[in-house]
Design a protein around this ligand. Structure first.
Ligand code: NI
Length: 495
């Protein structure tokens, strides 16, 4: 007999995602469906608008990762306006500092507030109270003082996240939806005062990452070691590359094949399939530069509002795991040192990164990589130098802005006609990771990570939620407008 488990919603915040798994008598998942259950219509909202609106409006796709959309849209407009190679060094550095602040906040949010309660028994410390219940019961393996300390860190992480947001606001004005990152560079100038205010917060955050976050991930890994074997996924990783600095990129990006061979990346090889998505079949298989957003709610085979992005027709995983593996195989010394050191402490090798715990480890190490680099970026700021270059909207043009968001590679594509937006397409990292099956019926990255997993207790499917949450899905980013009346598909209202 096959049992169907449906977890809806599966994410603690960040939008509406449902997971459906068909489990055989042996407890093993035979089939899995990952679904985004809301429609995001930003591509349609942007049509006919001033291209610069994209930089403001796409940040509203998501309150968790607006900085990713601020950065990708600014790069996209820089490309279309012809200013991509003219951004002043200060502009690049301050963009990176704003985005880096958001990276740190997001990674700490994910581990402590979105994922840790799958491993840490908060109820035994603070009682049977929200937000710690409802929850699955059974597999909490840490107890006593070690468990109480992790619960304390859950609270401390809230304070550290606040400092990350304050840090972002020094140059970005506010969070969410910063006003600092704009086409051509940034609006804010660096001053000694701002640099000092940024640095003391950054040093406190670095101390937390080094002495709390990374040790906590190792502590969890030592107790839940079997999760280095669970949720391997497709093993093909993709990073566009990100953090454009005067001296190059922090993340070079690229593809890494399942046997850990680096391969070059070209954005022309990206396509989006829609066979199993609520979009018109005529829009399937297109590169986002020619992409369309045409909802079709009557499709029988569809089960998600996410499209299925693919690279050369292949399923790819994106995110910290992808970036760390990509940096590692390309020989980045600091990445190699961090990864080998952490995995050495739990007796694992590079292959172990392809797992539930591997994804948490990659995210924690990446936080350190970014936080340490940010100290250098601050020292390169030149208070008297410009931060922005003037640019003009062309009558006609095209652009693409590809970068790395906390959850993985993010891309924006624009076509301009008569100085207005004629086409806009956004592909988020969660669209890749949580995509439904594609036109060849290949399951998406999360679906592949679930299929083949043994679920010990069907009433408390810890394995499934731990696998999915380790990807840090952001469905708010991937889908958006709400269908006001679930039963009357086809009627949409902006909320
Ligand atoms: Ni998001």
């Amino acid at each position: 007999m096959v049992t169907k488990i449906k977890i809806d919603p599966i994410t603690r915040i960040e939008g509406h995602m449902a997971i459906e798994a068909l489990i055989g008598d042996d407890g093993v998942v035979k089939e899995a469906k990952s679904a985004g259950t809301l429609f995001r219509g930003f591509e349609i909202i942007l049509l006919g608008r001033d291209p610069r609106d994209a930089n403001r409006l796409t940040q509203r796709i998501c309150g968790v990762c607006p900085t990713a959309h601020a950065t990708a849209s600014a790069l996209c407009l820089d490309d279309a306006f012809g200013s991509i190679n003219k951004i002043p060094d200060n502009g690049k550095l301050i963009r990176a500092l704003i985005f880096g602040s958001n990276f740190l906040q997001s990674h700490i949010l994910h581990f402590y507030h979105l994922a840790a309660l799958d491993y840490v028994d908060a109820v035994s410390v603070v009682g049977d109270t929200a937000p710690f219940v409802p929850r699955y019961e059974g597999d909490y393996r840490i107890s006593g003082e070690a468990n109480a300390e992790l619960v304390n860190h859950y609270l401390k992480a809230l304070d550290i996240r606040r400092k990350c947001q304050e840090m972002l606001s020094i140059f970005g004005g506010k969070m969410p939806h910063n006003v600092g990152i704009v086409p051509g560079g940034v609006t804010e100038r660096p001053t000694e005062d701002k640099i000092t205010n940024f640095l003391w917060r950054l040093n406190e955050i670095r101390d937390f990452i080094d002495n709390v976050y990374i040790p906590d991930v190792i502590a969890v890994a030592k107790v839940y070691g079997d999760y280095f074997e669970i949720g391997k996924g497709c093993r093909r990783v993709l990073a566009y590359g990100g953090f454009d600095l005067p001296t190059g990129k922090l993340f070079e990006g690229g593809i890494v094949s399942p046997d850990l061979q680096p391969e070059p990346f070209a954005k022309e090889n990206i396509t989006e399939d829609v066979k199993h998505s609520w979009y018109a079949d005529s829009s399937s298989g297109k590169n986002p530069a020619q992409g369309q957003t045409k909802p079709d709610l009557k499709k029988k085979e569809a089960y998600s509002f996410l499209k299925s992005p693919r690279y050369n027709g292949e399923v790819c995983e994106l995110g910290p795991l992808a970036r760390m593996v990509s940096n590692y195989v390309q020989g980045d010394a600091k990445t190699k040192e961090l990864v080998d050191s952490l995995l050495g402490q739990v007796g694992a090798g590079i292959d172990a990164l392809f797992s539930v715990l591997g994804r948490h480890a990659a995210r924690a190490l990446e936080a350190k990589l970014v936080a340490d680099a940010m100290v250098d970026w601050l020292t390169y700021l030149a208070p008297d130098e410009p931060t922005i270059v003037e640019s003009e909207i062309p009558e006609k043009g095209e652009g693409a802005g590809l970068t790395e968001a906390p959850r993985g590679a993010v891309g924006h594509w624009i076509s301009i006609k008569d100085k207005k937006i004629d086409r806009y397409q956004v592909i988020t990292p969660t669209a890749w990771n949580a995509s439904p099956k594609d036109d060849k019926d290949q399951p998406g990255a999360v679906e592949q990570a679930i299929i083949g997993t043994k679920v010990k207790d069907k009433d408390n499917p810890f394995e499934l939620v731990r696998i999915v949450r380790a990807f840090d899905p952001c469905l708010a980013c991937s889908v958006h407008l709400l269908d006001a009346r679930g039963s009357e598909l086809g009627v949409f209202r902006v909320v």
